[in-house]
Design a protein around this ligand. Structure first.
Ligand SMILES: N[C@@H](CCC[C@H](N)C(=O)O)C(=O)O
Length: 311
């Protein structure tokens, strides 16, 4: 079977995108692994299928039913798969690239001021375009699964990275998908990390986790007054390995650093906007009213073509 695809990326977190406008493509784990294979296929950290939310619901995905109940206008669904073939609830960089893909297919006019509401397994996400061409996504609600006790302690887990003498404390953050964030004090240590092996997390999360290693870089004056925070991050993604960027991971990193910075501080002095530097570029994370968080950054479509799919 021949399949038309587009390759895209958001801060070099790269994806193979497929428009399944009838919603009848059987994206088996073997097919996902083939598409994401950098030597035998196209190559990507993940595969994104754009399909009608109603068709995904008919195929038995309860999350798509929930999306339509919440926002009947969310007619397109982002079916996200990691490169190892596993399903993930959410992908922040993926949502931006999905929006760019939907524009290229003529499904939405974000330059004309439209907002795109799309379905994901992590709920409805809303995307708008900023004047600089960045895509800003309302990522919806987030949480610290360990609750206020974890926030007060600054940790609810421990992470061991290859080459370390002992595990280090970490804070869990839920963005629809799971994250575990560890603070490092120096950029040189971040640069030297060995992330070729999956970090061990204790207690082991039931469905795995994405691990972010972060260096808080402090705060600086914002052009419009107030302060913004700056963070450097590397990430080991569940179902992939180390990637050049992770949008939900950047949100988790900012939210963890904000929790640590809030300890004993005047809340008005703690930034609500954070720039997160990743190996593939930079994204912006902003706390929104109503317990939501926003992710903004670039999205690029690189090339399109046709590929033979295995049975
Ligand atoms: N790169 C993504 C996250 C993709 C899913 C993740 N690997 C998981 O399994 O949860 C992002 O930009 O958020």
């Amino acid at each position: 079977m021949t399949l038309r695809f587009t390759k895209g990326h958001g801060t070099h977190n790269d994806f193979v995108l497929v428009a399944d406008t009838r919603g009848d493509l059987d994206l088996t784990p073997a097919r996902v692994r083939h598409l994401a294979d950098r030597r035998g296929g196209i190559g990507g950290d993940g595969v994104i299928r754009l399909a009608p939310t109603a068709a995904v619901a008919r195929a038995g995905e309860a999350a798509a039913d929930a999306v339509l109940a919440d926002e009947p206008g969310a007619i397109w669904f982002m079916d996200y798969r990691n490169s190892d073939g596993t399903v993930a609830e959410m992908c922040g960089n993926g949502v931006r690239v999905f929006a760019a893909f939907a524009e290229s297919l003529g499904l939405v006019d974000l330059d004309g001021g439209d907002e795109l509401a799309l379905g994901t397994r992590g709920g409805v996400k809303r995307v708008r375009k900023e004047p600089n061409g960045w895509y800003a996504v309302d990522m919806g609600p987030w949480s610290y699964p360990g609750g206020q006790d974890a926030v007060a302690a600054g940790a609810d887990a421990a992470v061991m990275v290859a080459g370390w003498d002992a595990p280090r404390p970490a804070l869990s953050v839920d963005l629809g998908n799971p994250h575990t964030v560890v603070a490092l004090s120096r950029s040189a240590e971040l640069d030297a990390l060995d992330l070729t092996r999956e970090p061990a997390v204790d207690p082991p999360p039931p469905h795995g986790t994405n691990v972010e290693l972060v260096v808080p870089l402090g705060e600086e004056p914002a052009p419009d007054g107030g302060v913004v925070g700056r963070v450097r991050m590397r990430v080991h993604e569940r179902g992939v390995g180390e990637t050049q960027s992770c949008g939900t991971g950047a949100c988790a990193a900012a939210l963890a650093v904000r929790a640590w910075a809030s300890a004993g501080a005047d809340p008005d002095q703690v930034p609500t906007t954070w720039f997160v530097e990743v190996p593939g570029g930079e994204v912006r994370v902003r706390l929104l009213d109503g317990g939501h968080v926003e992710l903004a950054g670039p999205a690029e479509l690189v090339f399109s073509g046709e590929v033979e799919l295995p049975q």
